[in-house]
Structure formats: structure tokens, C-alpha cells
Design a protein around this ligand. Structure first.
Ligand SMILES: NC(=O)c1ccc[n+]([C@@H]2O[C@H](COP(=O)([O-])OP(=O)(O)OC[C@H]3O[C@@H](n4cnc5c(N)ncnc54)[C@H](OP(=O)(O)O)[C@@H]3O)[C@@H](O)[C@H]2O)c1
Length: 244
């Protein structure tokens, strides 16, 4: 028997084509939901050989979430939407976020696109008395030395989560967030593929392992479920104790 059952529910994971979002999408699928995912490549086949991208059984669409007009025009197949998970994210290394073009690109994907997607599906979520979950990062709570845009956008998501939660609970929409610690995905290759960086990162994690997409999915499933019916506007840290 499934621990939490989402049969008959419709879920969209923006950024569900890869990594953490893909793990979240598959966790909803395993529990009976119809699951839609958005990513940036033209078709699902373009992820066929990509580690961390298993699109079997998921309904894929290519939508650039940082393009507000594209978001507004997308998703017409989603008349019923019970759960919206916003997991899209990007980062630029080699000091690219210290240039305005790089800074704006990261803020556009990590922050502005979250608002565009939330607004796009607010009517559907209100009809369903549904749940909206924003994926932030433990980077929201500390500095990320080379990545000011990543840092600022993830910190801003804590505020956006609180504001939307307060604004929309009257419509029956519960808004919450999850802040993952380190998870091995294409976003964190710079850390995971460098033995020194990896060892340093691991030394900060009391659980003595990096997180998995399924670890993060566990908190998302909880927040989307009736078990969290009275949890409003919170961001849950899921980091193996690293924040301690
Ligand atoms: N990995 C970690 O340690 C970690 C820690 C804390 C927070 N996070 C957050 O978790 C989320 C998922 O990251 P991840 O680690 O799983 O990395 P990932 O594997 O690179 O996944 C990022 C996802 O965002 C999508 N995306 C990027 N730009 C987009 C755009 N403009 N429009 C639509 N989708 C877009 C990607 O699509 P494509 O597949 O087409 O590229 C992909 O599905 C991000 O918000 C990230 O900041 C990650």
C-alpha cells in the first residue's frame, strides 16, 4: 500500500525533466497521480540518454519558464491541477553572476519564473483547493561565495512562499516550500566531480551522505498531502543536518 495516495490527482512539476524535480515527479507517479513535467529541451526523447532524467510515464512539455508570455500561453491541458511544484533552477559559475546579464538570467529562472508559473495556475489550484510548493535551497540561509544571484534568488523564495501563502490561503491554496541541501544532480556537478570540493561539502553533513531526489520528494509529498493541512507558508529544510 502506498504511504500517501495521490490517485486521481493531477500534478505539474516545473523542472521535472531532471534531477530533484524528476525524483519528485516520479514519487507522485508511484503514488497514483497523473504527472506533467516541464523542461527546456524540445521533446522527451531529448532526455533519453541523460542520467537523472527518467520521463517514462510522465507527460512532458517544453516551456521556458523564464518567459512569462510562454508560461501564460502554456498548460491548457491542465484544467484540473491539484499540486504545482516549482523546481526549476539554474546557476552560473566562473563569476558569471557578477555580470548583470548573468545575474538577471539566474534571477529570471530562479525567482521571476516562479511567480509567472504560480500566477498561471492560481485559478486551477483555487478550484482544486490545491497545493503549491516552491523549491528554494539551503543557500537561502547562508552566503554562496561565487553565486550572488543564486543566493539572492533562493533567499527571495522564502519571502515569496510566505507572501503567496498568506495571499492565497483564503482561496484554499496551501503554499509552502522545501529548501534542499546538497543533492547530486547536473546543477551540482562542479562540486560533485571535484574530489576536494566534494569532501569539503560532505564534511559539513552530519548524515554523512549527500541527499537524493527521493529525500527531497519525501518532504514535498508530505506538504502536498492532507497530513500537512495546517502547514502554511513554511519552507522545510531537508539537508541531512548540514544547517546544524
Ligand atoms: N542539487 C542541489 O544540491 C540543490 C540544492 C538546493 C536546491 N536545489 C534546487 O533544486 C532545483 C532542481 O535542481 P537540480 O539540482 O535538480 O538541477 P537540474 O538537474 O539541473 O534540474 C533543474 C531543472 O530546472 C529546469 N529548468 C532550468 N531552467 C529552466 C527554464 N528556463 N524553464 C523551465 N525549466 C527550466 C531544468 O530543465 P532541463 O532538464 O531542460 O535542463 C531541470 O528540469 C533547483 O531549483 C535548484 O536550485 C538543488
Amino acid at each position: 500500500m502506498a504511504d500517501i495516495d495521490f490517485s486521481g490527482r493531477s500534478v505539474l512539476v516545473v523542472g521535472g525533466s531532471s534531477g530533484i524535480g524528476n525524483g519528485i515527479a516520479r514519487s507522485f507517479l508511484q503514488r497514483g497521480a497523473t504527472v506533467h513535467v516541464w523542461g527546456t529541451r524540445p521533446s522527451a526523447a531529448d532526455y533519453a540518454s541523460e542520467p537523472g532524467s527518467d520521463l517514462a510515464g510522465l507527460h512532458y512539455a517544453c516551456v521556458d519558464a523564464s518567459d512569462a508570455a510562454a508560461v501564460a500561453a502554456a498548460g491548457h491541458e491542465l484544467e484540473q491541477l491539484d499540486v504545482l511544484v516549482l523546481c526549476q533552477g539554474t546557476v552560473i559559475y566562473r563569476r558569471g553572476e557578477f555580470e548583470m546579464a548573468g545575474f538577471e538570467k539566474v534571477v529570471s529562472v530562479n525567482l521571476n519564473s516562479m511567480m509567472a508559473c504560480a500566477l498561471r495556475f492560481q485559478p486551477q489550484l483555487a478550484r482544486a483547493k490545491g497545493s503549491l510548493i516552491l523549491i528554494s535551497s539551503t543557500a537561502a540561509y547562508r552566503t554562496t561565495l561565487g553565486n550572488p544571484a543564486y543566493n539572492a534568488s533562493k533567499a527571495a523564495l522564502l519571502g515569496l512562499t510566505r507572501s503567496l501563502a498568506h495571499a492565497w490561503i483564503g482561496d484554499g491554496i496551501r503554499v509552502n516550500g522545501v529548501a534542499p541541501g546538497l543533492v547530486d544532480t547536473k546543477l551540482t556537478k562542479v562540486t560533485m566531480d571535484n574530489p576536494d570540493r566534494r569532501e569539503w561539502a560532505m564534511s559539513m553533513i552530519p548524515a554523512k551522505r549527500v541527499g537524493t531526489p527521493e529525500d527531497i520528494a519525501g518532504a514535498v509529498l508530505f506538504l502536498a498531502s492532507p497530513l500537512a493541512g495546517y502547514v502554511i507558508g513554511q519552507t522545510i529544510v531537508v539537508d541531512g543536518g548540514a544547517a546544524l
